[in-house]
Design a protein around this ligand. Structure first.
Ligand SMILES: [Fe+2]
Length: 241
């Protein structure tokens, strides 16, 4: 899909360039014979976390083919790009969250922000879904939904609206801000993680690569399936604390 061309066109040459850069860093360090720091060795790499379920476990609502590409190609490419971009820099060895926050809003780090934020957003998205999802929240989260939205149906409507109306690629979110639940949408790789006042609770990926194989251009049908069958309210409740 064209909207993710940057990550899809990570070529063997790009991967090899990253490997060569990493080898050059470690090679220089070992050749010097001097002690090396974690930053120069890049010992702490950003990793592609395992999916919290099997690739086919969200079917028929999201197919194994979609997950295979979305996780195995797109998400992995964001991880590989992030590692390649931080290798040898002052951010080598930093946590993913720190990389996202350090690159946010910096024009000279736009590529790094886009890739690292997409790593974080996707890891959060996988956890926002569950083969046993759907239904509605309970306990404290449900009480807050009722006080902040009126009822659960209204929250669902707001989330669906945010997901469907996000123009182009992006994300729909449930966040906690100022003690209240809010529904938001962000474009491209933008994420509430970079706003200290906001605590992300769950997200829905509305990039075309999230649904085009299964739903073609019918984003509303994908969003409905996610909200009816897959959304993980237990994850949102855990994030709420
Ligand atoms: Fe995605």
């Amino acid at each position: 899909m064209a909207e993710n061309r940057d990550s899809l066109t990570v070529t063997r040459r790009d991967f090899m360039a990253g490997a060569v850069a990493a080898a050059a860093v470690s090679g220089a360090a070992s050749a010097s014979g001097s002690p090396v720091s974690l930053q120069t060795t890049g010992a702490r790499m950003i990793e592609l976390p395992p999916l919290p379920y099997g690739e086919s476990d969200l079917a028929p609502h999201i197919s194994q083919e979609t997950i295979s590409f979305h996780y195995g190609k797109h998400h992995k490419a964001y991880v590989d790009n992030t590692n390649r971009m931080v290798a040898g820099s002052e951010l080598a060895g930093a946590s993913l969250e720190d990389i996202v926050k350090a690159s946010a809003g910096k024009p000279d780090k736009k590529g790094l922000f886009n890739n690292s934020a997409q790593v974080w957003n996707h890891t959060f998205y996988w956890k926002s879904l569950s083969p046993k999802g759907g239904g509605q929240p309970t306990g404290k989260l449900l009480s807050m939904v009722q006080s902040d939205f009126g009822d659960f149906a209204k929250l669902k409507e707001e989330l669906a609206k945010a997901a469907v109306t996000q123009f182009g690629s992006g994300w729909a979110w449930l966040v906690l801000e100022g003690g209240k639940l809010k529904v938001e949408q962000t474009p491209n790789a933008e994420t509430p993680l970079t706003n200290p006042a906001k605590k992300p609770l769950l997200t829905i990926d509305v990039w075309e690569h999230a649904y085009y194989v299964d739903y073609r251009n019918r984003r509303p049908d994908y969003v409905s399936a996610v909200l009816d069958k897959l959304i993980n309210w237990e994850f949102a409740a855990t994030n709420l604390g």
